[in-house]
Design a protein around this ligand. Structure first.
Ligand SMILES: NC(=O)c1ccc[n+]([C@@H]2O[C@H](COP(=O)([O-])OP(=O)(O)OC[C@H]3O[C@@H](n4cnc5c(N)ncnc54)[C@H](O)[C@@H]3O)[C@@H](O)[C@H]2O)c1
Length: 340
């Protein structure tokens, strides 16, 4: 079997997780990569054996096209997307891009239309859709068929080390950048949201003291998302934790079962008289990458659980909450998750 030829754009923290997965897949070879930081470029080249190295995506696209690359993995900071994906679409190269795919919804809408026109295979880095634990949650919901329920989601931790996380203008805020995983989980379990009301808080983290001097993002936010069928979820995001952290994940409170999904770790199911606790058994990033590349090899997009157009709805779901934080109003979503 011919090896799939993969190119990488961005070789920072997240791409290194993809590299680890790609190295486990026998029918894949990373042949080209682009990264402005020389040390990262060289380290990625050494790890993957890639020999065609470029200083940025523009230099890569000057030399590479669909005749030299079967797929691209794009993992750059949220405001660095510029024309990366547009060029990949124009050249007909399938890509996997990390969430949040951009902070510019007009750009994302235009790109989704171009992808649709070209019928291009795409995937977005919502790896938790491939978690065995999330599959079990979906099974319980299918069995229980609740006529409504309350859900509490939380992602509460510290401040990630990357420079661009310190400013809301470059990361989008914790909900958009990080807790979008649980927001996407809510969509995966309960469908598109109908509305959101959200508040944010600052003043716990002190710029220049407990964060960098430029820090201006929210210390926390809380959203109330309403879904069809009487499902209401609160979603907490916070980055002010220092020495201790509370449980994170989703707690779904049904009449006869409590589903306690502990973020990427285990699933506790409590029923009258019985409790089970199941640890995670699969590597969700590896499964995301494997499914994307299998979809490319077989030209079968059905293997992808979060193509660009679907992921865009999760991005809008979180950006809508940012709008509510700014205005103090309830934000309503249409059937495409657009909001005004
Ligand atoms: N799915 C997940 O669980 C997960 C986890 C962490 C990060 N992410 C996402 O992955 C993305 C990257 O995050 P990160 O932590 O790796 O950030 P990072 O800052 O560590 O890495 C980004 C890299 O992209 C490079 N880059 C920027 N512009 C470029 C260009 N034009 N051409 C080539 N390279 C370019 C930068 O030099 C940098 O090395 C973000 O969107 C983040 O939200 C996803």
């Amino acid at each position: 079997m011919n090896k799939l030829r993969v190119g990488l754009i961005g070789c920072g923290g997240r791409q290194n997780a993809h590299i680890k997965s790609l190295l486990q897949l026998p029918d894949v070879k990373v042949v080209a990569l682009a990264e402005p930081v020389e040390q990262r470029r060289e380290a990625a080249a050494q790890a993957t054996g890639a020999t065609r190295l470029y200083e940025n995506h523009k230099a890569l696209f000057e030399k590479e096209d669909a005749s030299t690359l079967d797929a691209l993995f794009i993992a750059v900071e949220p405001t660095a997307h510029t024309d990366i994906e547009e060029t990949a679409v124009a050249k007909g190269i399938p890509f996997l891009v990390e969430k949040p795919m951009t902070l510019n919804l007009a750009q994302a809408d235009a790109l989704a239309a171009q992808i649709r026109k070209k019928n291009l295979i795409t995937a977005v880095g919502f790896q938790d859709r491939y978690l065995d634990l999330m599959e079990q949650v979906r099974t319980v919901l299918e069995e229980e068929k609740p006529t409504g329920c309350l859900v509490n989601g939380a992602w509460i931790g510290g401040i990630p080390g990357v420079w661009w996380w310190q400013k809301k203008s470059t990361c989008g805020g914790q909900l958009v950048e990080q807790n979008i995983h649980l927001a996407d989980g809510l969509r995966w379990l309960f469908g598109d949201p109908l509305s959101v009301y959200a508040v944010n808080g600052r003043g716990i983290v002190v710029p220049g003291k407990t964060a960098s001097a430029e820090y201006d993002t929210d210390d926390y936010s809380v959203c109330i998302y309403r879904f069809a069928n009487q499902v209401t979820a609160t979603l907490e995001s916070a980055c002010y934790s220092r020495s201790v952290r509370p449980n994170c994940g989703l707690v779904i409170k049904l009449p006869d079962v409590i589903i306690d999904y502990r973020l990427r770790n285990n699933l506790i199911l409590t029923r009258a008289g019985s409790t089970t606790d199941t640890p995670r058994k699969n590597d969700q990033t590896c499964d995301l990458d494997r499914n994307f590349l299998l979809a490319v090899r077989n030209n079968d997009p059905s293997l992808i659980r979060s193509p660009y157009a679907d992921a865009l709805r999760s991005l809008k779901m979180t950006m809508g909450a940012n709008r509510s934080m700014e205005t103090g109003d309830v934000v309503r979503f249409d059937s495409e998750c657009n909001f005004s």
